[in-house]
Ligand binder design. Structure first.
Ligand code: UD1
Ligand code: CA
Length: 469
């Protein structure tokens, strides 16, 4: 039976001192998404109508990061002093004073929580009609976690934090995973009763269990079936561990979707990545968030792709960096090509080594095989850029656009000074610096004419000898 709309409260104000970082702990990315945003995504999947994050000293940084990432609807509350998790959760009371429905409070530092676990938790809460639902699991090494104590009847009696554990309790393997579900009114009523009379002198949210029982309320526990969900991030080592575990989940999903990962442990993929069937990803490729790759592509070692869309049958050779660009079917890039934001390569474009393209459209079948820079240009189909040709888009003050028509040929080592037009089927002679329109079908040539000085060598080296004698 549904019991009202869900509000999510994320506790994320902890200092994160052990991260040894200028960045607030919850902004550290795990597979390309900050820890806090993993929790917010979870809230979205659970259909939470309110998402509230309790934040600490890094509030401004967190607010800015959320706004930039499109989480402007998330409500932030500042916990000025970190006096414990119950104190943190209580900061949401005012915001939720008129909320008539369930409130799910959870640790904000568990990026491996799974949505399905919380769906099951809510179902368990509704089925059992318990007043308070907590989330637990069994761990082979429970050190550091709050332990779940049950009474003679097997009912949950209380949670005891590591520091307050009696020796006899240390063997208990059932631990608290840091999520608490109750109706809002009851939750805040219970939270206000929490005291700080423990070893650490903090207000522990875990005391809710014992307080509820004392008031004759019922407490039920839902079980998480994946130990990874217990992983809270407190150190850089735990951050790396979470990254590896989440990456493994993402890689498993890609392989189920038909992607060939030559070595899944060395395939660095982030969240929000889609790859088509039979695309082969080599070890050491880094595919960052916001990337879509079609089917039948080949992504070689040492390639870094971020925020790009690739069509089908694209081959990205070793060492390429692709950022914010579009690459249509059949293109071949690299080795060591660089697409900067706004590169838009149409079908069958071929870019060779040390070619950089920025904010430019390259028409179907255009090629630049070696050592070329193309910036701010509209390039037609079937254009050839010779080795070392450069679109000079920047005059030290302004960037200007260059237009190159279909089937134009740009000779080696030439400079096209923007703004300039090379019309369709025009030729640019090697070594030219072009600053005026080259009309269709014409050869534009702009270089000093060659002059040969007869007998020069003999005069230079008097005896007529070889220069290295
Ligand atoms: C907590 C639980 C423990 C559980 C474990 C699971 C308590 C008292 N203990 O321990 O039973 O096994 O999580 O990972 O809750 N926070 C604030 N304000 C504060 C203190 C903490 O916002 O004043 C936030 C932290 O940023 C963190 C979360 O609350 O995201 C949990 O706090 P943390 O100190 O990491 O608790 P644990 O010791 O891990
Ligand atoms: Ca923690």
């Amino acid at each position: 039976m549904p019991r009202g709309e869900l509000a999510l409260v994320l506790m994320a104000a902890g200092k994160g001192t052990r991260m040894r970082s200028r960045l607030p702990k919850v902004l550290h990315p795990v597979c390309g998404r900050p820890i806090l945003m993993h929790a917010l995504e979870l809230g979205r999947e659970l259909g939470a109508t309110r998402r509230i994050a309790i934040v600490g000293s890094g509030e401004e940084q967190v607010r800015a990061a959320l706004a930039e990432a499109g989480y402007g609807d998330v409500e932030l509350v500042r916990q000025a002093e970190q006096r414990g998790t119950a104190h943190a959760a209580l900061q949401a009371k005012t915001l939720l004073s008129s909320h008539d429905g369930p409130v799910l409070v959870m640790n904000g530092d568990h990026p491996l929580y799974r949505a399905r676990t919380f769906v099951a938790m809510r179902e368990a809460w509704e089925r059992s009609r318990a007043d308070l639902e907590i989330l637990v699991t069994e761990l082979p090494n429970p050190t550091g976690y709050g332990r779940v104590l049950r009474d003679a009847g097997g009912k949950i009696a209380r949670i005891v934090e590591e520091l307050d554990l009696a020796d006899t309790m240390k063997g208990i393997g059932e631990v608290n995973l840091g999520a608490y579900l109750a109706h809002g009114r009851l939750l805040f009523e219970l939270l206000e009763r929490v005291r700080d009379d423990n070893e650490k002198g903090e207000f522990y949210i875990t005391d809710l269990v014992e307080i509820a029982r004392q008031l004759g309320k019922s407490v039920d526990a839902a079980r998480a079936d994946d130990w990874q969900e217990s992983l809270g991030i407190n150190t850089k080592a735990e951050l790396a561990q979470a990254e590896a575990l989440l990456r493994q989940r993402l890689c498993d999903k890609l392989m189920r979707d038909g992607v060939t990962l030559v070595d899944p442990e060395r395939s660095y993929v982030e969240v929000d990545v889609e790859i088509g069937e039979d695309t082969v990803v080599a070890p050491g490729a880094v595919i960052r968030r916001g990337t879509r790759i079609g089917a039948g592509c080949r992504i070689d070692p040492g390639v870094v792709i971020e925020g790009c869309t690739l069509g089908d049958d694209v081959w990205v050779k070793p060492g390429c960096t692709l950022e914010g660009s579009k690459v249509a079917n059949g293109c071949v890039l690299g080795p060591n090509a660089h697409l900067r934001p706004g590169a838009d390569l149409r079908e069958d474009v071929r870019l060779g080594n040390y070619v950089e393209v920025k904010n430019s459209v390259l028409g179907k079948g255009t090629k630049a095989d070696h050592l070329t820079y193309i910036g701010d240009a509209d390039v037609g189909e079937g254009v050839t850029f010779g080795c070392g040709s450069i679109v000079v888009n920047y005059d030290g003050e302004k960037k200007r656009r260059t237009t190159i028509g279909d089937h134009a040929f740009i000779g080696c080592n030439s400079n096209l000074l923007a703004p300039v037009v090379i019309e369709a089927e025009a030729y640019v002679g090697a070594g030219s610096t072009i600053s005026k329109t080259v009309p269709s079908g014409a050869l534009g040539i702009a270089r000093a004419e060659q002059r040969n000085i007869e007998g020069w060598r003999k005069r230079r080296f008097k005896g007529g000898g070889h220069h290295d004698q």
